[in-house]
Design a protein around this ligand. Sequence first.
Ligand code: FEO
Ligand code: CA
Ligand code: CA
Ligand code: CA
Length: 650
Amino acid sequence: MNQQGDNKVSNKTNSISFNEVCEARFSRRGFVKAGFATTAALATSQLIGCGSDGSSKVQVTENKWREENPYKSRYDFKEIEHGGDEYHHVAPDHEAAILIRWGDALFKDSPEFDPNTQTAKSQLKQFGYNNDYIGYLKLEPMRGQQARALLCVNHEYAIPGLMFPGFPEDGFKNITKEQVQITQAAVGNSIVEVGLKDGEWSVNTRSKYNRRISALDTEIEITGPVRGSSRMKTSSDKRGKTVVGTLNNCAGGMTPWGTYLTCEENFNDHFLGEVADNHPEAENHDRYNVGTNYTNWGLHDQRFDVTKEPNEPNRFGWVVEIDPLDPESTPKKRTALGRFKHEGGECIVAKSGQLVVYMGDDQRFEYLYKFVSKDKVNLDSPRANRDLLDEGTLYVAKFLEDGYLEWMPLVHDNGPLQAAFDSQADILIEARRAADLLGATPLDRPEDVVPNKHNGKVYAMLTNNTKRQDPNPANPRTENYFGHIIEISELDGDFASNTGYWDILVKCGNPQVPSHQADWNTETSKNGWFASPDNAVVDPDGRLWVTTDQGGKAFMSGTNDGLWALETDGALRGTGKMFFRVPNGAEMCGPIFSDDGETLFLAVQHPGDHGRIGEVRVETATTRWPDFNENMPPRPSIVTIRKRNGGKVG
Ligand code: FEO
Ligand code: CA
Ligand code: CA
Ligand code: CA
């Protein structure tokens, strides 16, 4: 989401003020660059990683190639140009095809999509709205197929003005009960089986795996330390152990045992009203901006009215684990991973065998977290990892001015936390306040955080922060309109380590405009730079790809959002290259590659969007992509990209 909800900064703690910052920073930076070859080789030799296929293997080929070819690009495509129009654009020699659109059938009995006669019941049988994260789970191909997989797709949030033709301006103030239920049904997740035949991907509506999970009617179990907490109890769940629905599912991750992590981000936008200042949850609600109420669900669904259900907001803002191979399974909110505005949850197995999940809290001046499981991942038996995410340690990051990084455990006996909280459950519910007390580093809106098993690094997308007035080394610009990317190297290449070091990979914006203070490799072309990095993916060959979400700031870059390749190693480190561009109004989400690297799946979110959520209209949408039919609203859709003559994408 383009974060209309974070205009109000809710972190009132003083961000750390650094002295002598730049000097220390740049000497460190010089060292890191000079030491590149050694550190990369060291990290790789000690590293065990896990792919989306669940494989665990030491990958050394890529870095050997890089060491032998320090000046060559890792990418082989002709880049496209910055710009903006109603259409999508992909690099030459690649074919982009629409795989599935909002409203398309997921089941053999799904009703045909008709924007004028939508019901919640029909939406629950159709692909949801605003596709964001895409997870790829490989299946054995059926006869005649080249490939087969389950796509695990997030549907982040609804936009009534772009969903309902004729929806009045500020119509959400008087939104009907049926419209509320349609929007609740349209968010959550889709699990959908897809197959590749004769070079084309299609949806199998007869698959036993296809499933819709929504905010309307899916029962979800609360597991881990917060299960049963008095602060999770509501009038409909007196035990605090189950919750209906998941929402604002932004990015996510796939575990090495084949489950799907879907992350609840701007949950606060769904809550109406506020509790009295002396209410025990008042401070907590304030810290999470509860009550922004962009959806007005509380008008017809009392659990989203905090004056009636003050604990309901505590039941959102979690990471949810879903088993896509068991459509009857109950999804689980894994509370050990903390409650905040989770962007994503990308996983990697540390050399100890423990699972590490990297997570950003996407709001201005919020923090970067990682979870390290107590037990080891069992790659031989997926079922053995069933409750692995219920026990472990949640850490928050402190970026030190000398380029070092400290991961501080959010555990009850750690320093000030014992006196400030009654229990570990309270720490996890109010992870932000706990992180404040430990002096975590407030960042410029952390989005995806992606480990790369091929070079041992972790890439954190910091999308922007126009409110920053006090720069520091990890957030080096005031009024940061364009965002930056931080590269983390865990100590000894150990992802479970509680120390590491960091560097800035790129400072986004136009390197030709001095006021942007952008920093790219000078090989970057006039189309190769970008602004507001959001999602990222490492492809099967270890190459990094970054998507953007500029929101209302696209006019500053002169280009619609898109997907860029970004060199991370060798002499071209920090060189961007534009691969795909979305139609007007859209945001680029969900990049994921098939395991062979021959297909790239992309999520085009909110095409045609043109303003604040209460103002946008189907009738004035800036594109009718992908149907270009005046009777059809623009439709968020998943796009597949393959190379025309075969081979790896990009
Ligand atoms: Fe939903 Fe942080 O983007
Ligand atoms: Ca989004
Ligand atoms: Ca975003
Ligand atoms: Ca995002």
